[in-house]
Ligand binder design. Structure first.
Ligand code: CAO
Length: 430
């Protein structure tokens, strides 16, 4: 099967999560992604949070599938020459080093353009170039803090809270993929490359559009009727508050207990009380008379009692139903709802396995492991998720492709300008 990005060469100078998530997706779509790693060390995630001794950690294998690996010291003159050759022959270079690292290495955007005017340079930083925080190194949770997410997540009587999902890291990587593909399309039109920058703060803010909507509403009216603060009579301050598990749209919803919640921390569903479906919702919860009762018939009338309504549903509708039984019951009434899924349930969900969203991959050193596959489904192709490379596994192959002779490669290896560590024990030896 031919893949859409076949023939596109990517120099992958990324590490940890944000950058690797982007280049991994390009690799799934068929690009030849060559990961450049520090000699003898590699991406720090190879060694972080290991579950098996001496084997690349899941942190690395889950973010670097379908790539090749080259160990190259880009701070030596010979290493720089190798990188220059790569830039001349590649389509895309992606990096997410700390601020200024590429410039300090000698590879400014201006110099990259000199080497190859068609090169597309994808760059991730914590903050935008003009930001007064642009010098900061940034990890996931700082992005959620600076992007507004932490301030609107959690409960009103608790501190700002970060989500467990990678709203700073992988999310930024996905934004960069959109930017790079757009730049590739533009290069088809103009013949020229360009720099594509995404900051983690900006990518996080892009997920907070409705929270900015609420800030504007709050400034105009001093009130946000769908937030629990309204129903509980807590009042509002100057900024959008933390809304607990309230729905972000115009329809109130909450996380509701189901049978077994006392033992199972995830025995819950999320249920939305949809205004246009109130008649059937009232029927589903055994209160058909509420459909016409002025005390309940409108969203405005329901809102002050919304927590009493949710409590009533928990005690009278959901208490004798598991979360799956609850969903099966509520779906008959067209009520928007869904189970709270644990990561264990997601790992072993047959539908997600069938669709390729959860994939089992065979890795030469660790054996089988699970990863998140491509969440985007195409009719014309299905990305095949392959193992991640061992450190320096493709160093020699990549140098040969660049035209280096055997003797030159030996010299580079001897001088530790390049490396082929590949020392991780194979599963059979463990
Ligand atoms: N050869 C030689 N040197 C190399 C190299 C190579 N192949 N690859 C990297 N290096 C050097 C860099 O040039 C840099 O050197 P100087 O700072 O001395 O110029 C050095 O290694 C450290 O790079 P770094 O700043 O990326 O690494 P760090 O571990 O200190 O910081 C991180 C990590 C993520 C905080 C920082 O890279 C960062 O802020 N990145 C931008 C935001 C981002 O993507 N964060 C998401 C991370 S996922 O949670």
């Amino acid at each position: 099967m031919s893949l859409p990005l076949e023939g596109i060469k990517v120099i992958d100078m990324t590490g940890v999560q944000a950058g690797p998530a982007a280049t991994q997706m390009l690799a799934w779509f068929g690009a030849d992604v060559l990961k450049i790693e520090r000699v003898g060390e590699g991406d720090i995630t190879r060694r972080q949070l290991r579950d098996m001794p001496d084997v690349d950690a899941l942190y690395f294998t889950q973010l670097n599938s379908n790539k090749r690996s080259m160990e190259l010291n880009t701070k030596t003159p010979e290493g720089k020459a190798v990188l220059e050759k790569l830039i001349r022959e590649s389509d895309i270079l992606v990096e997410n080093f700390g601020p200024g690292a590429m410039d300090r290495m000698g590879f400014t955007w201006e110099y990259m353009q000199e080497l190859n005017p068609k090169i597309i340079f994808g760059s991730i930083k914590g903050f935008g170039e003009n930001s007064r925080y642009s010098d900061l190194k940034v990890y996931e949770n700082v992005a959620q803090a600076a992007g507004g997410s932490a301030s609107v997540t959690g409960f009103w009587d608790g501190p700002p809270t970060v989500a467990g999902s990678a709203l700073g890291d992988s999310n930024t990587g996905m934004h960069l993929v959109i930017g790079i593909l757009t730049a590739l399309r533009m290069r088809d039109q103009t013949g020229k490359g360009q720099k594509v920058s995404v900051s983690m703060q900006d990518a996080n803010i892009n997920l907070n559009r409705v929270k900015l909507r609420d800030q504007m509403r709050l400034e105009k009216t001093g009130h946000l009727q769908e937030y629990p603060q309204a129903g509980l009579g807590l009042g509002f301050g100057e900024a959008v508050p933390r809304g607990g598990n309230a729905g972000g749209g115009g329809q109130p919803g909450w996380v509701l207990k189901c049978k077994g919640w006392e033992e199972d921390p995830n025995a819950y569903i999320y249920m939305t009380i949809q205004g246009q479906n109130w008649k059937r919702t009232a029927e589903a919860i055994g209160k058909p008379e509420w459909a016409e009762d002025p005390e309940y018939a409108t969203a405005e009338a329901r809102m002050p009692k919304i927590f009493d309504i949710f409590k009533y549903i928990e005690e009278n509708v959901l208490a004798d139903k598991t979360k799956d039984e609850a969903v099966d019951y509520l779906r008959k009434f067209d009520i928007p709802c869904g189970p709270v899924k644990s990561m264990k349930e997601i790992a072993y969900d047959p539908d997600l396995r069938e669709s390729g969203t959860i994939v089992e991959v065979e890795h030469k050193a660790r054996g089988k492991y699970l990863t998140v596959g491509c969440p985007i489904k195409f009719t014309a192709f299905k990305p095949e998720i392959k193992e991640s490379p061992l450190l320096g596994e493709h160093t020699v192959e990549a140098l040969q492709q660049l035209g280096y002779s055997e003797a030159e490669i030996k010299e580079l290896l001897d001088k530790k300008v390049v490396g082929e560590t590949v020392h991780l024990k194979l599963a059979t030896e463990i």
